[in-house]
Design a binder for this molecule. Structure first.
Ligand code: CIR
Length: 261
């Protein structure tokens, strides 16, 4: 069974962190409706959704992806780069610990899950305003015993690595190559976003389908022409909070594996 952990939209979402976007009013009810549709899409694609209650005082807490990296063998609780987001780990830790042994990133390391892109046994990790080298080094040390290789990737111009590149097939990446060094991803094919849609590189691959925002029609056409099956969702209110589709869930297989490497 595939689990998707989500968390309701905080009523304080309008006070979210913003780095590359101007602040615009967020319609909380509409954001909540869009988030429910997102959870319904996860269910339709075979996930059992474990929906956590909204955190009223933590504006960005709907973006659960940033708070953990969940692998088959172990989960790593992050130390988010934005101090306002660090308290988000407290309520997620007990939930994750029922599925996986837990490790955590410690100060001075910082790491946001949005900066971690897994392609099989390689974890590409963005060096961004949120994730520092100490965080990347800790992740590499924690995961080496499990046979994962961690590779840092320079990112510029966007919030997270996964704002710039995500998987849309087993070895196929959708990317904005102005924001990352595409040669870092040698073992994958790269589909470029349409240049008129710089934020279009974030899709959520689940099995053979990709949950994808309706706001990037030109890039959606490119993907469909390549045979990628899309599940289109309006996430416009969450996008105003600098969120996208990967960031609203933590998806993993519900398997209990031995805790030691
Ligand atoms: C933040 O700046 O932390 C939030 N407003 C947006 C986080 C989006 N997370 C993600 O794309 N992984």
């Amino acid at each position: 069974m595939r689990i998707a952990i989500t968390r309701g939209v905080s009523p304080a979402v309008a006070e979210c962190e913003l780095t590359h976007l101007e602040r615009r009013p967020i319609d909380y009810r509409r954001a909540t409706a869009q988030h429910r549709a997102y959870e319904a899409a996860l269910r339709a694609l075979g996930c059992e959704v474990r929906a956590l209650p909204a955190e009223t005082r933590l504006p960005d807490s709907v973006f659960v992806e940033d708070i953990a990296v969940v692998l088959d063998e172990v989960a790593i609780l992050t130390r988010p780069g934005a101090p306002s987001r660090r308290a988000e780990t407290a309520s997620l830790a007990p939930v994750l610990s029922s599925y996986r042994p837990l490790l955590s990133i410690e100060a001075p390391g910082t790491l946001d899950g949005g900066d971690v892109l897994r392609v099989n046994r390689v974890l590409y990790v963005g060096r961004t305003g949120r994730t520092n080298q100490a965080g990347i080094d800790q992740l590499a040390r924690a995961l080496a015993p499990y046979g994962y290789r961690v590779q840092g990737v320079d990112v510029q111009g966007c919030l997270h690595l996964k704002s710039a590149v995500t998987l849309v097939g087993p070895r196929s990446l959708l990317a904005n190559t102005h924001w990352i060094e595409s040669k870092a991803f040698t073992e994958c094919d790269i589909v470029d976003i349409d240049p008129a849609e710089p934020y279009a590189a974030n899709g959520l691959l689940l099995g053979e389908r990709v949950i994808y925002p309706t706001s990037f029609p030109a890039t959606a056409r490119r993907l469909e022409q390549r045979g990628v099956g899309l599940v289109a969702l309006d996430v416009s209110e969450l996008q105003k909070a600098e969120g996208a589709v990967t960031c609203c869930s933590l998806v993993f297989e519900d398997r209990v594996l031995p805790s030691s490497p």
